[in-house]
Design a protein around this ligand. Structure first.
Ligand code: PLP
Ligand code: ZN
Length: 463
């Protein structure tokens, strides 16, 4: 196959539609303003025509995806739109709203791996992207779908979301790029400054509510009952389609091989379900020959999935009941969620990928983030939760030294500089900072600087 044939958008009649995630027979086109099954109330899923996709060989799909990856003509160089036939095949290219999302680095972190007794650990840097979190992967699909609906005359006035910070940043940026009004509902005082200033800068209507995320979610759900306000939260299954490309990229970046484990932090649990969907779709279409095991890591302060499974001695699988709880304050603010909307979807992913659920205390997540930073990373607190879970599972011998692990890093550490500063100043409430590295104040003289270096690294030879 020539390079241009591999890159060109495919004319074959691939299709996708909404179906009911609870398995009843409801279906609707992707251009419908709809989030739940009207028959049973279940969340919707995007279902692809796997027979049509499967008529092309796995080798041909790999060649197509590799030919486009980060190089393809706009928007096919995007990590998401390079896989358009698997995401939203019928969408007109002209309606794609892309910020060149995806294609994020997959880093091998040998120093960190050795530190925690493992050998083959990788970090998928989903925070290295336009708005600094993996939310871009899903939002490009959702906002493109809105653009398509508006182009067909659907009267959507604005797109709205409730957010713990990163969703609103992504929504505002993509809407601003497309010229679509956005409205974001944020829990007042519960998100970082960097997260708050992003939607402000992008021109969204930013509403701060005196409640937590779950409270904002209730309001936005009621708000989107009128069809002219489109709901952008992750119950909207279009976002899952974009987010699943992170798992396709992991396989692609490992030469179309599969790690033994994927570890991911979970809040609303949409992203964990997206990982499941990406791997199962690749396996169904023959691009990979096995599935990784999945670890969902929760903050101990917001751990409804952990309570329902590991703490109760119950294997995570479909049918397990996840009871809503009041989430307590956690440094991992983006996963401070007590009533995860996508718990059912995540349990399906955990069932399919022989998964586990682990949790991390505030001390554990802060230390794990600092430990990874010492090995060159710059991790957000949610990635800290995933790393802490990895350390605990490695410590117990569940994850073994020779096994290949990919940790999904969900946001850029620079969005959470208050967390970093607090750790290294040892001012995070109730925590110690055993790995802190505070700046050293010294006099502006050669001698004082040499003494400071000597104190850290031993005496230097004076020239
Ligand atoms: C949204 C978010 C999560 C949680 O993802 P869910 O799909 O809600 O489980 C984790 N980390 C960061 C940085 C996020 O923004
Ligand atoms: Zn249904």
């Amino acid at each position: 196959m020539t390079a241009s044939a591999a890159i060109a958008p495919d004319a074959a009649p691939f299709t996708a539609r909404f179906t009911c995630g609870e398995g009843c027979d409801f279906q609707a086109p992707l251009t419908g303003v709809i989030y739940h099954c009207p028959k049973c109330g279940g969340l919707l899923e995007v279902e692809h025509d796997l027979a049509a996709l499967g008529a092309r060989s796995a080798a041909a799909w790999k060649a197509t995806f590799d030919g486009r990856f980060k190089l393809g003509p706009w928007p096919y160089g995007s990590g998401v739109w390079g896989k358009k036939e698997w995401i939203y095949p019928q969408l007109a290219d002209a309606n794609v709203v892309s910020m060149f999302e995806g294609g994020s680095p997959l880093l091998r972190v040998d120093r960190y791996a050795r530190e925690i007794g493992l050998e083959d650990v990788w970090v998928k840097e989903c925070g290295v992207t336009h708005t600094g979190s993996f939310k871009d992967l899903g939002m490009t699909v959702l906002v493109s779908a809105v653009q398509e609906m508006r182009a067909r005359g659907t009267p959507i006035r604005a797109v709205a979301c409730a957010s713990t910070g990163d969703t609103s940043a992504a929504l505002s940026a993509y809407c601003a790029a497309a010229g679509i009004p956005s409205v974001v509902l944020l829990p007042r005082g519960k998100i970082s400054t960097a997260q708050l200033v992003q939607p402000i800068a992008n021109g969204a209507l930013v509403l701060e509510l005196d409640t937590d995320f779950d409270g904002c979610m209730k309001v936005v759900r009621a708000l989107s009952e009128t069809p002219d306000i489109y709901l952008a939260n992750s119950m909207n299954s279009l976002r899952i389609e974009g987010q699943k490309t992170a798992s396709i990229e992991i396989a692609q970046q490992l030469g179309w091989t599969v790690p033994d484990w994927v570890v991911i932090p979970g809040g609303n649990l949409g992203n964990a379900s997206a990982v499941g969907k990406g791997f199962t779709m690749m396996k169904a279409l023959g691009l990979i020959d096995r599935l990784p095991r999945l670890v969902v890591a929760q903050a101990e302060h917001a751990n409804p999935l952990y309570q329902a499974t590991t703490a109760a001695g119950v294997k995570p699988r479909p049918g397990v009941t996840v009871r809503p709880m009041a989430a307590r304050k956690t440094l991992a603010s983006a996963i401070q969620i007590g009533a995860p909307v996508s718990a059912g979807r995540a349990l399906r992913a955990l069932g399919a990928l022989d998964g586990l659920v682990e949790q991390a205390s505030e001390q554990e997540l802060a230390d794990a983030a600092a430990r990874a930073d010492r090995a060159g990373l710059f991790t957000c607190p949610h990635t800290g939760v995933a790393l802490a879970a990895l350390e605990k599972l490695a410590g117990r011998g569940v994850i073994r030294p020779g096994e290949r692990v990919v940790v999904i890093s969900t946001a850029h550490g620079l969005k959470f500089s208050d967390f970093k500063v607090g750790y290294h100043d040892e001012t995070l409430p109730g925590l110690r900072s055993p790995l802190r590295n505070p700046a050293v104040r010294v006099a502006a003289t050669l001698g004082a600087v040499q003494d400071a270096i000597a104190a850290r690294h031993g005496r230097v030879t004076r020239g």
